[in-house]
Design a protein. Structure first.
Lengths: 285, 329, 313
C-alpha cells in the first residue's frame, strides 16, 4: 500500500502545478470553511432566519460585513448557511446519482444484450427533456421540500451519468485483464467492482466534480423559481430572488449570492479540469 | 559512389522538467547513393530518434540536438531555416512510418493526398492534368490500379494503405527515403509484397534508403550496410555480409543473433541477452552494454570503448583493442 | 502420449452488420498432454478466437471441445467454474492484460484467493511463483505501469500458473516484446513446460517462434485449419499452397536469401464475413482449380500425422 500513496502523491504533484485548479481548490476550501463554521458566523435560527425589520437593509459594517437584507438578516450568515445547504445537497445528490449510475452503467456495459438496450432507451427518453425542466416537473408532482429536491436532481442527472459510465466501462471491458479474470473464475460482481469500476474511478471522480458544479447551479435555479427549498431558508438562489427587486438601489444584495453561486460552480469546474489533466494516463510515465 | 547523407557525431536528448533522456549519443554514419542502410536495434535504442533528427521532426520543445552535423548532399540540415527544411522534405527526402493507418488523412481521397505532396513540392507550375497523370503514375508504381485514386483510406486494406503511404513518400522522387519499421504492422505475406516492391523501386529510382527495423531477416534481404544500435550508440557498423558472417562481432550483436529462433530449426534453447535495456535517463558509465555483457572486463565499467576498425567493419568494444587490422580509428 | 484437449468440428461465428463472420470454421485438432500445439496464421485468421473458444471464454457456435474426454461447452456453470483453474491463458499485450490498479502481488494472488486459498497461503505461493518466473522480490508492491513489457509478461505467466493449470493457451505471448526479451520469455515458457508438464496451445504469426516451441503445428487461414503436421515435417515438407507461401514469405536472417526475391504470393487475405464455399485460399492460390470452390474440402491424412485440406492431394 506504500506504493499506492506514491500514486496519489504523483497526482497531487501534477495538480499542484495547475494554477487554475489551485485557484479552484482555494475557493472550494473557503466555501467549505464557510459551511463548516456557519454556526460560528451566525446562529441558524437567531441570525440567519429570524426576521428583524428594524435592522433591514443595513450597509456593510463591522457587525454585518455584507450588510443585512430586507428582513434585517445578516447576509454573511445567510451565505454561510447557504453554502452548507448547497454543498450538502450537491454532495448527496452527486454521491447517490453516481453510485446508482456506477452499478447500472457497469452492469449494462458488462452484460449487454436486452438489458443494455432497455436501460439505454429509458435513459434516451429522459434525456430528451432538459434536466432542469425534468426536475421542475418532478418537484411539481412531489411538492416542494429538500428531500424532493434531492430526488428530482438525482433523477434528472441519472440518465447522463449512466450513459457516461457505460461508455467509460465499454472501453475497459475490452481490456485483456477482464478476460483473464473470467479465465480464473472471478465472479461477475468481482469483475465489475475490482476490475471495471476501480479502473473507471479517475474519470468518474472528475465527472462527479463537474456534476457538483451543475447541481449547485440547478439548486440555485430551482430555488430562484421558488421550486427548491422553502422561501425563508438561506439558499443562494432564493436570496437572489428576494433581492432582485433591489437590484438598482442595493446591488450588493444581488451580487453577493450571485457571486457565491458563480464562484463555487466555477471553482468546481476548474478543479475538475485540473483533476482530469492530473489523472490523464497519457501523461503518465 | 558519392555520399548522399553523412551524420557526424550526432547527439540528441529529450528534456522535460523531470528528467533528461539521452536518446542518441554521438553516432556517425554515411550513406551512398542507391544504397540501403539498416538501423537495427531494440526499443529505446535511438533508431527512430535518429531518423526524426535527420528530418528535423523531433518533438518540440523536448527533443534537442545537442551536438553533431547532418549533411545531406553536403548541406548541414541543422543550419537550415524551417522554411528551407520544409521545402526539402518530400522533395529530397521522405519518411514512411510504421503505422499506415494514422499516416493517412481519413477524409481525403488517396489521389488528393498524393496530389497535395506533388503540388507542394514537385512542380507548382504543373497543370491540373499533369498532376493528375503523375498521381496515376505514382499509384501504378506502387502496384495500385490508378482507378482507385478516388477512394478513401478506409477502403484500403493494411497492406494497400502502406502502399499508399509509400506512394506519397515517393511522389516527388526523393533522393533519400527513411523507412521506420514499414512492414511491422503487416502480415508476412503482405510484408513480402511490400518489401519486394520497395527494393524494386529503390533500384528503379536510384534512391538511397535508411531501413529502421528490429528484424534481422529484413536486414539480410534488403540492406547493404548495417548499423547495430544500443542505448543511443552504434556498437557495430558493417556490411550485411560481414554482420551475417562468423568472425569478430560486438557482444550485443552476438546476443541479438542468439535471441532469434532459427526458421530452419535445430535450436532447442535460445541464448538470450540477460537483463534489460538500460534506463536512458541514467545510462551506465563506460560501455553502455557492460551490465548485460558476458565478456565484461574491469575497464568496461569505466572506460568508454574504442571504435576498432577491421577495414570497413567497425566495432565499439574493449574486446578487440589492439586487434584491428586498420588500426584504431 | 494421451490427448488432453481435442476439438471436434468447432465453429465460432459472429453476426456482424455485413453478415456472418466465420471466425473459426470447423476446426478439429488434437493436443497431446505435455506437448505444445502451435497455431500459425495471419491477422484475421481466427487463431485468437480459436484459443478463447477452446477454454470457453467464448461460447462455441457448434462443435465440441473435449478436455480429458469431457465436452466443456456442455458443462454447467458450477462445474465450469471449477474447471477454469485447469485451463489458463496468457495474452499478447502485456499492457492491457494486467489490471493497472492492482500491484504485482495482488495480481498474482487474486486467482488463488478466488480458488479458495487463504490470504497467507496465496501470498506465500505468489512469492514463490515470482521467483519461478524471474521477478525480483522487491517488485511485490509495484504497479504494472512502472514495469517494462518483459516483466509484465512474466507477471501474466505467474498469474496463469498460480492456479496450477494443466493447459495454457498462449495467445501471441512474445509478439509485443523485443527480441532479446522475447528469447528470455520463450526459454522461461519452455522450462516451465518441462518442470510442470504443461500443455500449451501456442498461437503466433511468427514462424520461427512456432518452429522453436511446437511439437505439432496447425496452419489456419480465414477460420479454417488447412494443414496439420509435426513441426519438422511441416517445415521440411509443407503441402498446402498457403503454408508454402507463408514459409517463402518470411525474411530469413542469414545470407542464403541475400538479394534473391522471395516468391511473393499475390493478393490479400479476403474477408471472413460470408466467405466463399470450399477453400478460402482459392482466390490467391496459384494452383486453383474449379474443384476448389465447389464444396467443403476435408483434411486428408497424408500419413505420419500430416494432414492437409487441399484438392491437390
Amino acid at each position: 500500500m506504500k506504493k499506492d500513496r506514491g500514486q496519489f502523491r504523483e497526482i497531487w504533484r501534477r495538480l499542484r502545478k495547475n494554477r487554475a485548479a489551485m485557484i479552484g481548490l482555494s475557493i472550494i476550501i473557503v466555501v467549505v470553511l464557510l459551511a463548516v463554521f456557519a454556526d460560528v458566523i451566525g446562529d441558524y435560527h437567531e441570525v440567519a432566519l429570524k426576521v428583524n425589520t428594524s435592522n433591514k437593509l443595513q450597509p456593510p459594517s463591522l457587525s454585518h460585513p455584507f450588510g443585512t437584507d430586507i428582513f434585517g438578516r445578516d447576509v454573511l450568515a445567510r451565505i454561510a448557511h447557504g453554502a452548507r445547504l448547497s454543498l450538502s445537497i450537491a454532495l448527496i445528490t452527486t454521491l447517490a446519482s453516481f453510485t446508482i449510475a456506477c452499478f447500472f452503467g457497469a452492469a449494462v456495459a458488462y452484460w449487454g444484450g436486452w438489458f443494455d438496450i432497455i436501460v439505454m432507451r429509458i435513459c434516451d427518453l429522459f434525456m430528451c427533456i432538459p434536466g432542469i425542466l425534468l426536475a421542475l416537473a418532478i418537484i411539481a408532482a412531489l411538492g416542494t421540500s429538500k428531500v424532493n429536491l434531492i430526488i428530482a436532481l438525482i433523477i434528472a442527472s441519472l440518465p447522463g451519468n449512466i450513459r457516461f459510465i457505460r461508455s467509460l466501462n465499454l472501453t475497459i471491458i475490452e481490456q485483456d485483464y477482464i478476460e483473464a479474470a473470467k479465465a480464473y473464475g472471478a465472479s461477475d460482481f468481482r469483475v465489475i467492482v475490482r476490475h471495471i469500476l476501480l479502473n473507471a474511478l479517475g474519470p468518474i471522480i472528475v465527472q462527479a466534480t463537474m456534476n457538483i458544479a451543475s447541481i449547485i447551479i440547478s439548486t440555485a435555479s430551482l430555488s430562484f423559481l421558488g421550486m427548491g427549498v422553502k422561501a425563508s431558508e438561506p439558499e443562494w438562489g432564493s436570496m437572489l430572488a428576494e433581492s432582485a427587486e433591489f437590484l438598482r438601489t442595493k446591488p450588493f444584495l444581488t451580487l453577493i449570492p450571485g457571486a457565491a453561486i458563480v464562484f463555487s460552480a466555477l471553482a468546481m469546474n476548474l478543479l475538475g479540469d485540473g483533476l482530469r489533466d492530473a489523472l490523464d494516463p497519457r501523461l503518465r510515465t | 559512389m558519392n555520399t548522399i547523407l553523412e551524420v557526424k557525431d550526432l547527439s540528441v536528448e529529450y528534456r522535460t522538467d523531470l528528467e533528461t533522456v539521452h536518446a542518441v549519443n554521438g553516432i556517425s554514419f554515411s550513406l551512398h547513393r542507391g544504397q540501403t542502410l539498416g538501423l537495427v536495434g531494440e526499443t529505446g535504442a535511438g533508431k527512430t530518434t535518429t531518423a526524426l533528427s535527420i528530418l528535423r521532426l523531433l518533438p518540440k520543445p523536448t527533443g534537442v540536438v545537442t551536438a553533431g552535423e547532418i549533411l545531406l548532399e553536403g548541406v548541414n540540415l541543422l543550419d537550415l531555416s524551417d522554411a528551407q527544411m520544409k521545402a526539402l522534405l518530400g522533395e529530397k527526402m521522405s519518411m514512411i512510418f510504421q503505422d499506415p493507418m494514422s499516416a493517412l488523412n481519413p477524409i481525403m481521397k488517396v489521389g488528393e493526398q498524393i496530389a497535395e505532396t506533388l503540388i507542394l513540392h514537385g512542380a507548382p507550375h504543373q497543370t491540373k492534368k499533369q498532376v493528375e497523370q503523375r498521381v496515376e503514375e505514382t499509384l501504378e508504381l506502387v502496384g495500385i490500379p490508378a482507378f482507385r485514386k478516388n477512394e478513401y483510406p478506409h477502403q484500403f486494406s493494411g497492406g494497400m494503405k502502406q502502399r499508399v503511404v509509400i506512394a506519397i513518400a515517393l511522389a516527388c522522387q526523393p533522393h533519400l527515403l527513411i523507412a521506420d519499421e514499414p512492414t511491422t504492422a503487416l502480415d508476412v505475406t503482405i510484408q513480402a509484397q511490400v518489401l519486394a516492391m520497395m527494393s524494386e523501386l529503390r533500384n528503379k529510382l536510384d534512391m538511397s534508403m535508411i531501413m529502421i527495423t528490429h528484424d534481422l531477416g529484413i536486414v539480410a534481404q534488403v540492406c547493404d550496410d548495417v548499423a547495430v544500435m544500443y542505448a543511443g550508440e552504434i556498437v557495430e557498423y558493417a556490411t550485411t555480409e560481414q554482420i551475417f558472417s562468423p568472425g569478430a562481432h560486438h557482444p550485443y550483436t552476438t546476443g541479438l543473433f542468439g535471441s532469434i529462433p532459427d526458421l530452419k530449426g535445430g535450436t532447442k534453447r535460445l541464448t538470450p541477452i540477460e537483463g534489460l535495456m538500460p534506463d536512458p535517463t541514467e545510462l551506465p558509465s563506460g560501455c553502455k552494454f557492460h551490465p548485460r555483457c558476458p565478456h565484461k572486463m574491469a575497464q568496461c565499467e569505466t572506460v568508454p570503448p574504442p571504435t576498432v576498425a577491421f577495414e570497413n567493419h567497425l566495432i565499439s568494444c574493449h574486446l578487440y583493442t589492439g586487434q584491428a587490422e586498420g588500426g584504431l580509428k | 502420449m494421451s490427448v488432453l484437449v481435442e476439438t471436434k468440428n468447432l465453429k465460432k461465428y459472429f453476426s456482424v452488420e455485413a453478415g456472418v463472420l466465420h471466425a473459426v470454421d470447423d476446426v478439429s485438432i488434437q493436443i497431446r498432454e505435455g506437448e505444445t500445439f502451435g497455431i500459425v496464421g495471419e491477422s484475421g485468421c481466427g487463431k485468437s478466437t480459436l484459443g478463447k473458444t477452446i477454454i470457453r471464454l467464448q461460447e462455441a457456435t457448434s462443435g465440441e471441445v473435449l478436455y480429458k474426454g469431457e465436452n466443456i461447452h456442455a458443462l454447467k456453470r458450477r462445474k465450469m467454474k471449477e474447471l477454469r483453474r485447469d485451463l489458463q491463458i496468457i495474452f499478447q499485450d502485456p499492457y492491457s492484460s494486467l489490471n493497472p490498479r492492482m500491484n504485482v502481488l495482488q495480481i498474482i494472488t487474486e486467482p488463488m484467493v478466488i480458488a479458495g486459498l487463504s490470504g497467507r497461503e496465496a501470498v506465500e505461493k505468489a512469492k514463490h511463483l515470482m521467483e519461478v518466473v524471474g521477478l525480483a522480490a522487491r517488485l511485490e508492491g509495484v504497479f504494472p505501469h512502472e514495469l517494462d513489457g518483459g516483466r509484465r509478461q512474466r507477471i501474466g505467466i505467474a498469474r496463469a500458473l498460480s492456479v496450477d493449470p494443466t493447459f495454457i493457451v498462449c495467445d501471441e505471448p512474445v509478439s509485443a516484446l523485443d527480441v532479446s526479451i522475447q528469447a528470455q520469455i520463450l526459454n522461461l515458457m519452455m522450462d516451465l513446460q518441462e518442470q510442470r508438464n504443461l500443455t500449451y496451445l501456442f498461437i503466433t504469426h511468427n514462424l520461427a517462434v512456432v518452429r522453436l516451441i511446437s511439437d505439432q503445428i496447425g496452419v489456419m487461414y480465414l477460420g479454417q485449419c488447412v494443414e496439420i503436421a509435426p513441426t519438422d515435417e511441416l517445415f521440411e515438407r509443407p503441402l498446402h499452397p498457403y503454408t508454402k507461401a507463408l514459409l517463402a514469405s518470411v525474411p530469413v536472417a542469414d545470407l542464403s536469401m541475400r538479394h534473391r526475391q522471395p516468391e511473393v504470393i499475390r493478393g490479400e487475405i479476403s474477408s471472413p464475413v460470408n466467405p466463399i464455399p470450399g477453400c478460402r485460399f482459392a482466390p490467391r492460390c496459384p494452383y486453383v482449380t474449379p474443384l476448389c470452390t465447389e464444396g467443403d474440402i476435408p483434411l486428408k491424412d497424408m500419413g505420419g500425422g500430416h494432414s492437409v485440406a487441399c484438392t491437390l492431394y
